[in-house]
Design a protein around this ligand. Structure first.
Ligand SMILES: [Zn+2]
Ligand SMILES: [Zn+2]
Length: 259
């Protein structure tokens, strides 16, 4: 019987590519097949993020190593019938952007991506036809010095990052809606023991990264969340009180601004 909806996780880390991930690409392929998914996007932490691959390697070798989590997932996915797509999670000063629709050939020709400023990176990616999702834009952690929003420079916002919890995700949804950005979901999965899973589902199967990007752009999808354990960040209980709202802005009538 044909399914009505086909499920994809857009945010998955492998042991091969991410220093913080605990399961290999092949193990993750089995895990997602068992959970009823039709495909996953491997989105390992990139060069300026928490990558496992040695940054002292020459660029072409670094890229070859970085690609292995995807390759191992793809080999297993082909055996068991799970689609595997390649992406990466670009980080700049604690802010993260899932980069879809480009490949290692493009990266090989653009080694500057590890040095240029965030806005320049985002512009470069979109000029090349890439698709950008701002991952968990309202997540706060010691390694994230500030929340930064760049609504004109991204295509989509991750409005459900399964382990980040309802506060962070609700703010992200407000942001996406306010700027009419495409809404996506993902698990930010780091192991086969992940308890909070999400993603997007389409009324038809997706055959390639290009098809995935086109279907997202056409907004053919809906975001889903299946939480086995409602926790934040994989291990800490969610405490709304721990997020203090900033104080209101000063009264403009009392403030003299000099530009
Ligand atoms: Zn990680
Ligand atoms: Zn991630």
């Amino acid at each position: 019987m044909e399914k009505e909806w086909y499920r994809y996780d857009l945010h998955v880390h492998t042991y091969e590519g991410s220093a913080c991930a605990r399961s290999t690409g092949a193990e993750l392929a089995d895990f997602y097949k068992e959970k009823g998914y039709d495909g996953i996007v491997i989105s390992d932490h990139f060069w300026r993020g928490n990558t496992r691959v040695d940054r002292d390697l020459p660029w072409d070798e670094w890229l070859r190593e970085f690609h292995k989590g995807y390759e191992n997932a793809k080999a297993r996915g082909d055996e068991i019938g799970l689609s595997i797509f390649y992406a990466w999670e670009y980080s700049s000063k604690g802010n993260d952007f899932l980069t879809f629709g480009l490949d290692n050939d493009w990266l090989l020709e653009n080694p500057d991506v590890v040095q240029i400023e965030l806005v320049d990176y985002l512009k470069l990616v979109r000029e090349a036809g890439g698709f950008l999702i701002h991952a968990h834009p309202f997540y706060q952690a010691p390694y994230i010095p500030m929340i930064r929003l760049l609504p004109n420079e991204v295509d989509a916002v991750e409005v459900v990052n399964a382990p980040k919890g309802p506060f962070v995700n609700a703010r992200a949804k407000e942001y996406a809606q306010a700027y009419d950005l495409i809404e996506t979901g993902g698990s930010d999965c780091h192991s086969v023991n992940w308890k909070q899973l999400s993603g997007v589902e389409f009324p038809h199967p997706i055959g390639s990264m290009q098809e995935l990007v086109e279907a997202l752009k056409m907004r053919e999808h809906r975001v889903f969340l299946m939480e086995e354990e409602p926790v934040v960040n994989g291990d800490k209980p969610y405490k709304p009180g721990s997020f203090k709202l900033p104080p209101p802005p000063p009264d403009p009538n009392r403030q003299k601004l000099v530009w």
